[in-house]
Design a protein around this ligand. Structure first.
Ligand SMILES: Nc1ncnc2c1ncn2[C@@H]1O[C@H](COP(=O)(O)OP(=O)(O)OP(=O)(O)O)[C@@H](O)[C@H]1O
Ligand SMILES: [Mg+2]
Length: 374
């Protein structure tokens, strides 16, 4: 008899032909229905009228149809938007909070609370620099920046951890080439993955075994909490947190739980709407966090001889940095080696260390180190 876990694993092999990510990671799978040997999968496409929707549909049918005990696969296609995705996150999280404590949301436990078991590293007094990587909107390269900054900081000789807080769209396992089910130590703490010398925790450690986490609010809240309390982190100089896209409730909640963290905002060269900048600043302000700086990603295609092609316009990073009155830490070029590195689990800094993107990441890491200890 087929179950949700089997279907979810099968869907994890279906890739969005344009985005080159699997549809589970991209949060495109809205629902799975199983009735006897009939499976219904609701898939939300990232854009309306996606010309490749037939391929996705076929691939889903094929992947799920191959499972033992499946006679028929029905695929329902719909379209997602950023706002809808953010709202879904917020609802799931709010639900998890209210179910834990009746109706009111539980106030976050302060780091270092002696009655709790917060990782000592997250306490205000620890030497570890905690950096949240955030963005006003999705798909700007937060996860790519997180993975490469982690490698860059490790290159500079620091001990680095990555917490993948994008619970639905987790990607650090793939980007850093870490995999395998979560393992616990004798104290029942989660042992982080180690990849390229970096310590990583991500939802990807749990999903195949307990697919319900992806769908249900209560589990989501519990997992987020666990990332703060139940991880056997080694001593770290830097902990980078890959935040969920946008400035919705989850980003705010994560931020508020870690007042010690500073934020790095990733943006693109398109001039940023004032509203996005204001929302970002508001999150940082309400969480009492410092914004360390802005990183502009996908800034230009290097054309050789110092020439740059500005495919996505220009000025977005500078614009945001002015509006928020924080430094622009760097502009990362759009290079295929960046994407390939992320897809293969070997960040560009390791796969193409001499590329312009790699040099830029290293420079940014140096600036971050200077700013974090200023
Ligand atoms: N500088 C770059 N050059 C080329 N490709 C890039 C670059 N930065 C990111 N990408 C690619 O763009 C896509 C989106 O990047 P990424 O997943 O890091 O964004 P994100 O902000 O984390 O997205 P989400 O909001 O969905 O979490 C990926 O395929 C990534 O490989
Ligand atoms: Mg991401």
């Amino acid at each position: 008899m087929v179950n949700h876990g089997m279907v979810l694993s099968a869907l994890g092999t279906v890739t969005d032909p344009e985005l080159h990510y699997d549809i589970v990671t991209l949060n495109m799978v809205r629902n799975i229905g199983i009735q006897g040997d009939q499976v219904t999968v609701d898939v939300a496409l990232t854009v309306a009228g996606c010309p490749l929707h037939q391929k996705i549909e076929r691939d889903v049918e094929e992947a799920v149809g191959k499972l033992p005990g499946v006679a028929q696969v029905n695929v329902n296609l719909d379209v997602m938007n950023d706002e809808e995705r953010r709202t879904a996150f917020a609802r799931a999280f709010k639900q998890s909070q209210s179910q834990k404590s009746g109706t009111e949301a539980t106030p976050p436990r302060p780091p270092g609370d002696p009655s709790g078991s917060w990782s000592p590293m997250l306490s205000e007094t620890s030497q570890t620099v905690v950096l949240g990587i955030a963005s006003g909107k999705g798909g700007v390269g937060k996860s790519t920046v997180t993975a490469n900054l982690a490698v860059a900081l490790a290159r500079l000789g620091f001990r680095v951890g990555v917490m993948d807080m994008d619970i639905y769209g987790y990607s650090q396992g793939r980007m850093l080439g870490a995999h395998g089910q979560a393992q616990a130590n004798a104290q029942q703490k989660i042992i982080p993955w180690t990849a390229h010398g970096i310590h990583v925790v991500s939802m990807g450690m749990f999903v195949p075994e307990n697919q319900a986490i992806v769908w249900r609010g209560p589990m989501l809240g519990k997992m987020m909490q666990q990332f703060f309390t139940d991880v056997a982190w080694p001593e770290l100089d830097y902990l980078l947190i890959d935040l969920p896209p946008g400035t919705g409730d989850i980003a705010l909640d994560v931020a508020q739980r870690l007042p010690k963290a500073s934020l790095i905002i990733v943006t693109t060269p398109q001039v940023v709407a004032k509203e996005v900048a204001m929302r970002t600043a508001d999150v940082a302000h309400r969480a009492n966090q410092r914004i360390l700086g802005i990183i502009e990603n996908m800034s230009y295609i290097p054309m050789g001889g110092g020439q740059r092609m500005e495919v996505f316009g220009s000025g977005g990073g500078e614009d945001l940095s002015k509006q928020l009155e924080v430094p622009l830490l760097g502009q990362i070029p759009l290079e295929s080696s960046v994407r390939e590195g992320g897809d293969r689990g070997t960040p560009v800094l390791l796969s193409a260390p001499d590329s312009e993107a790699s040099t830029t990441f290293l420079q940014i890491a140096q600036k971050i180190h200077a700013a974090a200890h200023a």
